[in-house]
Design a protein around this ligand. Structure first.
Ligand code: BG6
Length: 493
């Protein structure tokens, strides 16, 4: 099968940090279908040779384990081509069409790694130029809008040109091996299902913590914030994977139907819940990993009086038979204590204590580690039978926390298919399972919208996000949020 992958934003950050390295890995693994062209599109005046040289230079800067050898880099560069375009100019689309018509590939992928303001124009122009054919697939990078209305407008414009089966909305978390493993774990094993419910589970925590700040994206991030950047998409997709009912099969729509039900069952926000159950934070200046780091408001591109949140913690729930009454906590932020993403499933205590050992904190939970390590840890209690003066060894064993640990990187090897590599191959092959449908996305926007409204009101009243020091787990109010239910975040015990 031949393909042409047109990469709009072909010289941008995402292209050389994620997309081209993903394609390079697929090329290396021999999984990229032969006979493909990758056509970078941007406004700069470059020819094919200059684009190849630029990308080879950039690829030499990627993580050392993914860095290509000169031979690999040369072989990969031979797939690269370049087309200069101004996305607002119809004539430029006509020239792109002429180039694509030269060979009439079986599949043409239009990857819009551009500012979302250009999505609508690009789709309309592709259509006008005769570039939206049944062979065409369009890939949209997040953010798809900045609120429900703008998301609906983009989706409507894209769907006026392409059928839903041709639209690939990326959430790169769905491509992570650890996230796919989460589904395999739940739906490939009978073990979990009987206790995967309110009767056994006390609460569920989803944490996506980063040590990085906003890097070179200050101007973008200042208009976005953690709720739009991480919660509306990545965190809610993780919540869906944990909470959804078993789909009838592994087809894209069967999975997406179940995720949609979860999103529509999220507890609606009331004014009380909004003020009690949402914490908005912003990092100040401080030290992280032995280095001085500036306050968020001192980052390049960020307004000096910005109220954009770099941290969110919230408490929600799912109104259905399986989950009624179980708190779901979501927490994400930048400049936190560690780069760490996990889902901690805290189990209910035994119904009647027969041991005299005081409650052991941290036991009785399943932690699904997503990154940096991909694994699973079941935290249990065992009878250690350590000698203890004055205690009868048999009638009062000392219960000690132990862990049953699975490390998937070790088990399957570190050289696993990365998120973008997997997702790009899926687009070329036309598999929609790991992409987000329009109705899912809209349900997620609808749910975050009241929080955005609340924060606008707080801004108008001069209320600022809660400050936190770099290298911590965010504002103290995030601990208080879970403590109210008698719970803790996983690292707290
Ligand atoms: C992106 C966000 O979607 O995900 C970034 O825009 C964030 O702000 C990134 O840093 C985190 O992705 P990962 O794969 O490093 O966890």
């Amino acid at each position: 099968m031949s393909f042409d992958l047109v990469l709009f934003g072909g010289t941008g950050d995402l292209a050389w940090r994620k997309l081209l390295p993903g394609l390079l890995q697929a090329h290396r693994h021999g999984t990229l279908p032969a006979g493909g062209r990758i056509i970078g599109v941007a406004r700069e005046e470059l020819n094919d040779a200059q684009y190849r040289a630029l990308i080879r230079e950039r690829l030499a800067e990627v993580d050392s384990d993914k860095r290509p050898s000169p031979q690999e880099s040369a072989r990969f560069a031979a797939l690269l081509h370049y087309q200069r375009m101004d996305l607002t100019q119809p004539g430029d689309y006509a020239r792109l069409k002429a180039r694509l018509d030269e060979r009439g590939a079986d599949v043409v992928v239009m990857y819009l790694a551009t500012a979302p303001q250009l999505f609508t124009t690009a789709c309309e122009q592709l259509d006008a130029a005769g570039l939206a054919t049944p062979r065409t697939r369009v890939v949209l990078e997040k953010p798809l809008g900045h609120d429900l209305a703008s998301n609906q407008a983009i989706n409507a414009a894209v769907r006026a040109v392409f059928g839903e089966q041709q639209i690939f909305r990326i959430d790169h978390y769905l491509g992570k091996p650890s996230v796919q493993n989460l589904l395999a774990l739940r739906f490939g094993n009978a073990l979990f299902e009987p206790w995967w419910r309110r009767e056994t589970i006390a609460s569920i925590e989803i944490t996506i913590a980063e040590q990085l700040g906003v890097e070179a994206r200050g101007a973008f991030y200042d208009q976005t914030g953690a709720l739009r950047d991480m919660v509306q998409n990545h965190a809610l997709q993780l919540l869906c994977a944990i909470a959804m009912e078993p789909p009838i099969n592994a087809d894209a729509d069967a999975i997406r139907d179940e995720k949609l039900k979860v999103l529509r069952s999220l507890l609606p926000w009331t004014p009380e819940r909004l003020t009690q159950d949402v914490v908005r934070g912003q990092y100040g200046a401080g030290q992280l990993a032995g280095q001085a780091v500036p306050a968020y408001r001192g980052e390049t591109g960020v307004a000096p009086d910005s109220t954009t949140e770099t941290f969110v913690a919230l408490r929600t729930g799912i109104a259905n038979w399986r989950w009624a009454g179980v708190p779901f906590y979501i927490r994400t932020g930048k400049r936190l204590a560690a780069r760490e993403a996990h889902i901690a499933i805290h189990l209910r205590p035994t119904p009647h204590p027969i041991y005299r050992t005081p409650l052991v904190c941290g036991a009785n939970r399943l932690v699904i580690h997503l990154q940096p390590r991909d694994g699973l840890a079941l935290h249990l209690l065992a009878a250690a039978h350590e000698p203890r003066a004055g205690a009868g060894a048999l009638d009062a064993p000392a219960l000690t926390p132990v862990q049953l640990d699975l490390d998937f990187d070790q088990r399957f090897g570190a050289e696993r298919v990365g998120a973008y590599e997997r997702l790009l191959l899926d687009v070329i092959d036309g598999r929609l399972n790991l992409f987000v449908r329009a109705d899912e996305q809209e349900a997620a926007w609808q749910w975050v919208e009241p929080i955005l409204q609340l924060w606008r009101q707080q801004d108008a009243r001069g209320e600022r996000p809660r400050p936190y020091a770099p290298g911590t787990w965010g504002p103290g109010a995030a601990s208080a949020l879970v403590a109210r239910d008698g719970n803790t975040w996983a690292e707290e015990c």
